[in-house]
Design a protein around this ligand. Structure first.
Ligand code: GDP
Length: 678
């Protein structure tokens, strides 16, 4: 339930003007006394502004005592109590306060021996808005604790405690060689899936004759007594999506290039994705069974991309194969083992397991299941683990041959059940001892997420670049460059290169290519903390939501100079974002009606453009803006829809605004971030 400013002011015994001043101070948007405040904001304000003990001499001059005529409503005896209570221990010298992080406002109040309401009020003075059960992060807690005259001593929290065993280094004598984990990448239709299928069919060792391979997202083959694990989702998109979650799963990339087609755009993308991850590449030239192919030409192309084959004096292993005839497959596997040997991959099977989620799903009957890859340690049936936001006591484990297993060694994939929820691919898992603590941990994580909203970590953007450079957080600016044609791409790359020499921060182009900005560019940017520069191109529609979710900065330009100037000024800390409204559409309110659960809905006719759900909007009455907010619900014939275009009727709900009237105009717009020009 929202509340208007004037109503809340009355409740808090303030004038609307005073409350508006407070709101401004806390950067809460409210236009006037008729503005609505959402429930959460109102709650925080109530908690923070209600008890106004007279004792508070340090209150700023502006706040007048409550008006005398205010009736002593309810049992407002609290102020007296607060007065009687001596001030906190602020006078004492900075004693250290030992706390576990994160903790809630309530828990912190107990630690500080103060009332939560008192703490909330003090926090508001510090421009920190939080409700009583909200979790606070380390930075915030540090500030608050200091306000109260303490210094912060961080005690190991639940997560530290649970993961303690995983911090321990492996003793060299406990380490043994482990299988390499391999991902196939390359251009579409060059034969990744065919190669994976062929290897699985011919090389997976069955314990029983007639066993069937199980698609669990990864499988393991044995070659001359040695093992290789293949991830079963080919392509660099999946690879990089996992990296964006923080998981480095792959040890070796097999770059599949069709002999008849040669290097193609996605081959180059794959190379860049593998390089950004620092993973070695073994090349498989596939379809060698086809007539009229020119392998030498493919090898020359590979050399141009710094993959010089061994027989041309380079160091890249290149194997000719055919997924159709099976030619060269044994050789490829042997080469993978050779490469693995050089990498000296080791793990310790004698410790609790940790690893990463490869795939996950909700199965009917079994509940959430996940294929996980054990990266270190051994996983045993019945183990308790925390995995992303969830926890599990492993109920069952099934390997890639569909066999139930009791124990899993490092570099082995297995499908597990017993999870409390479906974790995302790329999430890490850790075996822990205490199931109750694991459950608490999961509960906290989910709670934290709920409170924070789904916000993922923001990646680097040009605006905050300088700040990060100053704080020493980044030493190089990684860029992905996309352009309309090869010529302009090269021109832009040269211009960027010239910039590098002068600045402290190096500019590193981790991927460049011709074409629109696509989802795989965004994932690469997210995984590598890079920005995306587009020249004479646009962003593909599938890439937009990914960029929004992953918070990747995309910059599109039509003039090379502008692109380099922006980067230059960003490096110098001169780039301020400039916001521009872009008109999307407008609609006229024809009639108001009420719908249970939804509330009041404005029945509208779209006059121009499109009305889009979740977009910004303003309500205009007699040519004056009466409200600015967002379209929280958009309906057409009782159906929830994403957009409605001109000439159609629709129902619109605007968040926090119920006062729409017939004949009002609702304008819909988006806010574009525009780089400041030099
Ligand atoms: P992916 O998109 O890279 O996974 O490629 P696929 O494995 O789906 O293969 C694409 C097409 O190429 C399919 O029609 C395959 O049958 C064919 N193909 C794959 N490998 C070979 C090969 O070694 N020789 C020939 N002649 N065709 C192949």
């Amino acid at each position: 339930m929202s509340i208007r400013v004037h109503a809340l002011a009355k409740e808090l015994k303030l004038s609307s003007k005073e409350l508006l001043a407070k709101l401004k101070q806390f950067k809460i948007k409210a236009k006037g006394h008729m503005s609505a405040l959402d429930e959460q904001t109102a709650k925080i304000l109530r908690e923070g502004l209600k008890a106004k003990p007279k004792a508070e001499a340090k209150t700023p001059k502006t706040s007048k005592p409550p008006k005398a005529k205010a009736k002593p409503k309810k049992a407002e005896a609290k102020p007296k109590k607060a007065k009687a209570k001596p001030e906190e221990v602020t006078e004492e010298k900075a004693k250290s306060l030992r706390v576990k992080i994160p903790l809630t406002v309530k828990e912190l109040a107990i630690k500080l021996e103060t009332k939560p309401s008192e703490l909330i009020k003090r926090m508001m003075g510090m421009k920190v808005m939080a409700t009583i059960n909200q979790l606070l992060d380390e930075e915030t807690i540090k500030g608050i604790v200091k306000e109260f005259g303490f210094s912060l001593e961080r005690l190991p929290n639940l997560e530290d405690e649970l993961l303690e065993v995983h911090q321990q280094e492996d003793a060299p004598k406990e380490l043994s060689a482990r299988a390499p984990v391999v991902t196939m990448m390359g251009h579409v239709d060059h034969g990744k899936t065919s190669l994976l299928d062929l290897i699985r069919k011919t090389k997976v060792a069955y314990r029983e004759v007639g066993g069937i391979t199980q698609h669990i997202g990864a499988y393991e083959v044995t070659v001359e007594g040695k093992k290789i694990t293949f991830l079963d989702t080919p392509g660099h998109e999946a690879f990089t999506a996992m990296r964006a979650r923080g998981a480095d799963t792959t040890d070796i990339v097999v770059l599949v290039v069709a002999a008849d087609d040669g290097m193609m755009p996605q081959t180059i993308e794959a190379i860049d994705h593998a390089r950004a991850a620092g993973v070695p590449i073994v090349v498989a030239i596939n379809k060698c069974d086809l007539p009229n192919i020119n392998i030498a030409k493919v090898k020359a192309q590979l050399s141009q991309h710094n993959l010089v084959p061994e027989d041309m004096g380079g160091e890249t292993i290149v194997v000719n194969v055919s997924a159709k005839t099976g030619q060269g497959i044994d050789n490829l596997l042997e080469m993978l083992l050779l490469e693995a040997e050089m990498l000296e991959l080791k793990a310790n099977p004698h410790r609790p397991a940790k690893g990463v989620v490869i795939e996950s799903k909700l199965s009917r009957g079994t509940g959430p299941t996940a294929t996980i890859l054990v990266q270190n340690g051994s996983l045993t049936l019945g183990d308790i683990l925390i995995c992303g936001d969830y926890y599990a006591r492993i109920k069952s484990m099934v390997n890639d041959r569909g066999e139930p297993v009791k124990e899993v060694a490092p570099a082995n994939p297995v499908e597990i059940s017993g999870l409390s929820g479906v974790p995302e691919a790329g999430e890490a898992f850790y075996v822990v001892k205490d199931e109750k603590k694991a459950r608490d941990f999961s509960f906290r994580r989910l709670e934290e997420k709920r409170l924070k909203g789904k916000a993922s970590i923001a990646h680097i953007s040009l605006e905050d670049l300088y700040q990060q450079i100053k704080e020493g957080k980044i030493k190089e600016l990684k860029i992905i460059v996309k352009a309309d044609v090869q010529g302009s791409l090269e021109a832009l790359l040269t211009a960027l290169q010239k910039l590098t020499s002068k600045d402290v921060v190096a500019i590193k182009v981790i991927h460049s290519g011709v074409g629109n900005v696509n989802a795989s560019d965004i994932m690469l940017a997210a995984a590598s903390n890079a920005i995306v520069l587009g020249f004479h191109v646009s962003t593909e529609s599938q890439a937009k939501p990914v960029a929004e979710k992953e918070k990747v900065d995309i910059r599109l330009y039509n003039i090379i100079y502008e692109a380099t100037a922006d980067i230059k000024s960003a490096l110098e800390g001169m780039l301020e974002p400039h916001l521009k409204e872009v008109f999307l559409g407008k609609a006229q309110v024809r009639q108001m009606f009420k719908i249970t659960k939804v509330g009041s809905v404005a029945g509208c006719m779209v006059l121009a453009g499109k009305m889009i759900k979740e977009a910004h909007c303003r309500v205009v009455r007699d040519n004056e803006e009466v409200f600015k907010g967002k379209i929280s619900s958009l309906r057409r014939f009782k159906e929830d829809v994403k957009e409605v275009s001109a000439g159609n009727e629709c129902g619109i709900v605007i968040n926090n605004f119920k006062n729409t009237r017939s004949a009002d105009i609702i304008e819909c717009f988006e806010i574009e971030k525009i780089a400041r020009r030099l």
